[in-house]
Design a protein around this ligand. Structure first.
Ligand code: 4AD
Ligand code: MG
Length: 461
């Protein structure tokens, strides 16, 4: 591949070699004696310059931006500043044409706005900007795994199909087999079609937390990196119906501060990893988005802020006139409130701790002394909530009565049982991966952080 050439340790050893390279053309420049092409493989942002002598009768007239080609030639030293070698072509095969097809949506300038490019999801990775996003996404994925492995977490593949609604929000997609015949065959007396296959209702997971907690009763530190599904009616810049979530769960967690440092270290590690492992991707990003490098460095330089829910509410109430929706003590924050809190505290990632109990799910540990839920939201500038986490209710009787009160004890007997049998106080959190993408790389719309976004009325491809 083109990228392999640039990875060669000693590029002078390449000079003189005869090679075949595959790629897509990004630009064509015609001069008197030569045609110059730039070739990409999309794997890295590096472009290979190919020189085609006009004396050779090659089909350069069929070459446009986005055309797919196979080129044979010899590596020669390049006279051009900033590149050590180029390819002198001897043969050129055009596999499929690009912009000469009138229906092709992108032009050679390849500088289309993201919402235009998003209309062509199947062609999106051809654009320089979006293929760059996907490379950064892949790098960010590695950074997450690297962080957890370095810190002795074991990765667990939690299931996509589940019978629990972990967040208790009712924002779940139910599933059933499509086959009527199968359903009828399996349906026992009184069972609905939805219950026929598994003998109970089954959903796409909203969070792997409860499964992680189960594994965490035998393995001290675990994490997952899985898709999560939410049937929310949100079409905004930070919601997807299918997103990727990174969740960590740890046993023997006694203080909420232990959780905060894992979350903070994780986000910083990712920023640091990107800065030290990227290979030109930030420069491509900065063609359209200014200041990404500075922004990543600032995340490393400044410690995160920490504030309690009640202090955050005070700040909001002092600034009521700024909001479309009036903040109310005891209500959850809206996006505008979240963004105000981070900007008020110096545009730093901010932990909000000690929440009113009724705003958080059944599993959150209740702090009797403070009379608050030991939960945390991590808010970040421009995006809002990036992570949600908590200490988990460890007291058997407390958990039992909460499960009873919301009538899910019969489904979650197994979960309650974890509090017996060598249970330990556990804590964990979930981080929205596309929101992390949005935050780190200043991606304005979450649909531009994932290859195939899903949202209400929107499941193309
Ligand atoms: O705050 P949430 O709902 O927390 C949980 O699911 C916990 N069970 C996690 C845990 O403790 N293991 O979701 C976690 C994060 C949010 O902070 C947000 O970043 C992201 O997941 N998220 C979404 N991202 C994109 N689109 C959506 N619809 C999202 N809903 C949540
Ligand atoms: Mg949350």
């Amino acid at each position: 591949s083109v990228t392999d050439l640039f990875k060669w340790k000693d590029s002078s050893a390449l000079i003189g070699k005869f090679l075949t390279v595959n790629g897509w053309i990004t630009s064509v420049r015609n001069q008197k004696e030569f045609t110059f092409l730039h070739l990409t493989d999309g794997i890295s942002p590096r472009l290979l310059q190919v020189v085609i002598p006009k004396t050779l009768d090659l089909p350069v007239g069929e070459c446009f931006s986005f055309t797919a080609v196979v080129i044979k030639g010899q590596v020669v030293e390049s006279p051009k500043k900033g590149q050590t070698f180029e390819l002198m072509a001897e043969s050129l095969q055009v596999l499929s044409k690009g912009t000469n097809d009138v229906a092709f949506p992108f032009t050679s300038k390849d500088n289309h706005p993201p919402d235009y490019v998003r209309k062509y999801l199947h062609l999106r990775s051809k654009t320089a900007r979006f293929s760059n996003t996907l490379r950064l996404r892949s790098l960010l994925t590695s950074s997450i795994h690297d962080y957890f492995h370095k810190n002795n977490f074991v990765q667990i593949h939690t299931p996509v199909l589940t019978s629990n609604d972990c967040e208790g929000g009712g924002e779940i997609f139910s599933i059933k087999p499509d086959s009527q015949k199968l359903c009828q065959m399996m349906a026992k007396e009184g069972k609905s079609e939805e219950e026929a296959y598994f003998d109970k209702k089954v959903f796409l997971t909203v969070s792997g937390q409860l499964h992680l907690e189960a594994v965490c009763s035998g393995i001290e530190k675990v994490y997952n990196f899985n898709p999560a599904f939410r049937a929310e009616n949100s079409r905004g810049r930070r919601h997807l119906s299918e997103f990727w979530m990174v969740e960590a769960e740890m046993a023997f967690v006694f203080e909420i501060s232990e959780l905060l440092s894992v979350m903070e270290n994780l986000v910083r590690y990712c920023a640091e990893y990107i800065l030290s492992h990227e290979n030109g991707e930030i420069a491509v990003l900065e063609k359209t988005t200014k200041g990404v490098k500075e922004h990543l460095r600032a995340i490393l330089d400044r410690p995160f802020e920490r504030i309690t829910y009640s202090d955050a509410v005070k700040i909001l109430l002092e600034n009521t006139s700024r909001f479309q929706t009036k903040p109310v003590d005891g209500d959850d924050f809206g996006k505008e409130h979240e963004l105000f809190i981070t900007s008020h505290l110096g545009n730093k990632p901010t932990f909000v701790t000690d929440w009113p109990r009724h705003l958080k799910p059944f599993y959150v540990r209740f702090d009797e002394e403070k009379q608050t839920a030991s939960a945390i939201d991590l808010l970040v500038p421009d995006v809002g909530e990036l992570c949600g986490g908590s200490l988990r209710e460890f007291n058997y009787d407390n958990l039992r009565s909460r499960l009873e009160a919301i009538r899910i004890l019969n489904q979650l007997e197994w979960y309650l049982e974890l509090r017996k049998f060598g249970g330990t106080p556990t804590g964990g959190f979930g981080l929205g991966f596309e929101r992390l993408m949005s935050y780190l790389f200043k991606i304005n719309h979450i649909r531009d952080a994932i290859p195939f976004p899903r949202s209400p009325h929107n499941c193309q491809l």
